[in-house]
Each structure stands twice: as structure tokens, then as C-alpha cells.
Design a protein around this ligand. Structure first.
Ligand SMILES: NC(=O)c1ccc[n+]([C@@H]2O[C@H](COP(=O)([O-])OP(=O)(O)OC[C@H]3O[C@@H](n4cnc5c(N)ncnc54)[C@H](O)[C@@H]3O)[C@@H](O)[C@H]2O)c1
Length: 241
């Protein structure tokens, strides 16, 4: 049985990934800053007969990451995969963006992914790490400079970690979803016409479901992707800008 963790697994893509990984027979540590949401995901997995535990993590805080990752590895007796999915966005042009908001978004998305990698890699003896970046890790999203800068950084971290840890038998990849109908995205879009505009510029003509983004995560965690490392896999309905 594979053992691993998913951050931000209380909602959206992280929850869908945790559910699907559990369906493959894996034991999953469901980590989130929102403990009630994490417990809900665990109850959903348990309801399907899967194995999971819930835990608190704030990926922006080093001690929290060290403890949460260490506990998951202790309870399961090791880690075979890790999905670094938790993230946070903001909408503000550079000239209107405060330094504190820029630093908050970089801290969660980029520093948070760095901290997860830092504490996961030494605990893994082979296996697979997937960082959930974004289409904003590959090209511009208007009005999202902090998020786009951070997610480009996540793709960069992924490439370096893949090269540096290949000899340890650890694969490291990124998934880059385009707009995906999650609670986080719907909150971000608000009551604007953003969803309709995103659908209009997506070749496949709609937003992704969380399950479609999660499917790429699950594949990269699996042995079917055993010769795949250092990639940024788009799941964006054909968008290239
Ligand atoms: N939904 C999209 O359109 C989309 C597109 C591209 C990339 N992404 C990325 O996918 C990932 C998941 O997004 P989602 O849309 O499912 O979001 P979501 O808001 O629905 O879920 C995010 C989860 O992360 C948790 N979280 C937030 N900050 C955290 C922290 N500091 N520590 C631990 N947990 C934290 C939240 O409590 C929540 O449960 C994010 O990294 C996001 O940037 C999403």
C-alpha cells in the first residue's frame, strides 16, 4: 500500500486528489489549515472504505510543515508520495498591489511549496512528489502578478528538485491547472463575469472539474508515470495564453 499526503486537501483539487488516491488503495494524510474541512475529506474517504488521517498544517509556517509532514510519515511508517497543493491567490495589478499582499501570496504559494519539499524529500525513499502550480506558472494571468510570480517559482522549484533528487529515485513534477470549478476559484471569481470570460477563451469551451485536475496528480503519483520527472503538465483545456 502506498502512503502519502495531500496539502490543502479540505477543498477543491486537493480533496478530489485525496479521494482518488485513496480509491487507488493508498493511505492518505489529509492536511489543511482548516481542520474541519480536512476531517470532512477524511470522513468522505472512510465512507468509501479508504484509509486516511487528517491533520493541521499551515504551509506558510516552517514548524507547522515540519511537524505535519513528520507526523504523517511516522503514522504511516514512511511516505511514497506527496501532493503539495495548498495555495492562495489574489487579484490586483502591480501598481495597486501592497507589499504585504505580494509577500503573503508568495509566502503561501512559493515558500510554502519550498517548505513542503524541504521536509518531505529527506523522509522519502523513492516515490513521487507533485506540486500543484497553475497555468499562471507558465504564462500571464491578468491582474494576478503575485500569484503568477509565485507559481512560476513553483515550476522552477519543481525542475530543480527533480534534477537534484533523481538519484534518490524521487520524481518531482508540477501540474498546471487552468481555471477549475473549485470553491476557491468561485470565491476568487466572485459575481464577476470572469467564469464566462474564461470559458470563452478556453479551446475546450468550459472550466475543468476538480476531478480532471486531480486525475493528472494521481497519474504522476502512480507507477504509470515512472519515467516522468521535472515536467509541468498543463490541464487547461488547450489554453496557451
Ligand atoms: N481552481 C483553479 O482554477 C486553479 C487553477 C490553477 C491552479 N490552482 C491551484 O490549485 C491549488 C488548489 O486550489 P483550489 O482551487 O482547489 O483551492 P480551494 O480554495 O478550493 O482549496 C484550497 C485549500 O487549501 C487550504 N489552504 C489555504 N491556505 C493554506 C495554508 N497556508 N496551509 C494549508 N492549507 C491551506 C484551504 O483551507 C483549502 O482547503 C492551489 O494551489 C491553486 O493555486 C487552482
Amino acid at each position: 500500500m502506498k502512503r502519502g499526503l495531500v496539502t490543502g486537501a479540505g477543498s477543491g483539487i486537493g480533496r478530489a486528489a485525496a479521494l482518488e488516491l485513496a480509491r487507488t488503495g493508498a493511505a492518505v494524510a489529509v492536511l489543511d489549515i482548516d481542520e474541519d474541512a480536512a476531517a470532512e475529506t477524511v470522513a468522505m474517504i472512510a465512507g468509501e472504505g479508504g484509509e486516511a488521517l487528517s491533520g493541521h498544517v499551515d504551509i506558510a509556517e516552517e514548524r507547522s510543515v515540519r511537524e505535519a509532514v513528520g507526523q504523517a510519515a511516522d503514522v504511516f511508517g514512511g511516505l511514497d508520495f506527496a501532493v503539495n497543493n495548498a495555495g492562495s491567490s489574489s487579484r490586483q495589478r502591480i501598481d495597486k498591489l501592497s507589499l504585504s499582499e505580494f509577500e503573503r501570496v508568495v509566502r503561501v504559494n512559493l515558500t510554502g511549496t519550498f517548505l513542503c519539499l524541504k521536509y518531505e524529500l529527506p523522509l522519502m525513499k523513492g516515490g513521487s512528489i507533485v506540486n500543484v502550480a497553475s497555468n499562471g506558472g507558465l504564462y500571464a494571468i491578468p491582474n494576478a502578478p503575485a500569484y503568477v510570480a509565485a507559481k512560476h517559482g513553483v515550476v522552477g522549484l519543481t525542475k530543480v528538485a527533480a534534477v537534484d533528487h533523481a538519484a534518490d529515485g524521487i520524481r518531482v513534477n508540477a501540474v498546471c491547472p487552468g481555471p477549475t470549478r473549485t470553491p476557491g476559484f468561485e470565491k476568487w471569481a466572485g459575481d464577476s463575469d470572469l467564469i464566462a470570460r474564461q470559458e470563452a477563451i478556453t479551446p475546450l469551451g468550459r472550466l475543468a472539474t476538480p476531478e480532471e485536475a486531480a486525475a493528472a496528480v494521481v497519474w504522476l503519483c502512480s507507477d504509470a508515470a515512472s519515467f516522468v520527472t521535472g515536467i509541468a503538465l498543463s490541464v487547461d483545456g488547450g489554453r496557451r495564453a
